[in-house]
Design a protein around this ligand. Sequence first.
Ligand code: LLP
Length: 423
Amino acid sequence: PSLSMHAQDGLLMEDVPLARIAAEHGTPTWVYSANTLRRRFRALKAALEAAGLRASVHYAAKANDNQAVLRVLRSEGAGADIVSAGELRATMAAGIPAGATVFSGVGKAPEEIRFALEAGIFQLNAESAEEIEMISAIAAGMGVEAPVSLRVNPDVDARTHAKITTGRAENKFGIAFEDAPALYARMAALPGIRPIGIATHIGSQITDGMSAYRAAYARLAEMIGDLRGRGLPVERVDCGGGLGIPYRDEPAPTPEALAGAIKSTLGGLGIPVMLEPGRWLVGPAGVLLASVVLQKQGSARRFLVLDAAMNDLMRPAMYDAWHGILPVSPRAHVAPLSPADIVGPVCESGDTFAKGRLMPAMAPQDLVAFLDAGAYGSVMSSTYNARPLAAEVLVDGARAALVRRRQTHEELLAHQRIPEWLD
Ligand code: LLP
């Protein structure tokens, strides 16, 4: 939907030819579609409303924390879900108030907790008894009451990639289900803490239907009923993120299905629900634009060597993730196809984006676009092999703007020093 093919200009992002963006800003470059972000945010809100849910959407900024992306979502009414003081600074700088922001994460440092409380954070999701004591001491010392939800680990299997599943008992996340009620009661007794709710997040890229969600939320509903029965207040419930997208041919669940699962399990509690989606909102809204450096005929296979590498888009190397890869030129779309391994120039075999992918013959400087690269793309980049961080461009209709300029080689060296005794 954000991408289309034009007979002369090749692939367009909204109304802007990707080839023009490459000519202006070079490659590799991340390109985001503002209207795709808006459309997806509205679709999610509409599904929640249609289900009759009182719900707030807290965008998981870790998926893409570019200021322009955050601003588009802010304008649509998004709050934020953050996991560090850095993300809180980023979301606040883009205009998302701390009062609409949830702070998740197993290892919030004392300075981060203090910073969030000073900023007026909407909710801290606590993940351990130790953290709760820490929050209590800090907040009481500041003379404030910290709004704390307890992140519960429901021990369900989200059946996603092992590195991104979070809701099993063996994961580091959340409080064991059995321990949660006693801890919630303890929160109510501690100074500096206002227990406000229960939270969970069972994993990411969930494409396996709604059964894991339903199981987790049903357990939450039961626990909330139990807590209320003991006279403990539960003002809201945070359903986490995780809604998957089809990178290839996965049967991705819809926001309507998620809203239905929430409604049928938590809807009867009569309290507002919160969501923390990341990937579903921004993944399909971005591509990574790259150039072919050369086409190399190896002894056994053909390699397309790109100027983008694993340091830019890490997901294939890290999770064996599949991303669609399309040539940008209109000619390439009518050319005969044959298998190619698509690789980057980094000195590791893991720097492979795709194996045996059907691609046309390509020449140096030909462009390709990696699809669904808007989430966990640029944010996971590194400068491995002394490769500067890529540029980012936002497209909005016929307009395109550079929203992060390419890092320079000078900037890469700027923070390093040689001790004088080595001279
Ligand atoms: N809430 C919490 C507490 C989370 O830990 C996460 C993601 C989210 C919300 C947002 O999840 P989403 O809606 O985006 O699935 N780098 C991996 C994904 C890691 C997800 C970490 N937590 C990837 O590239 O697939």
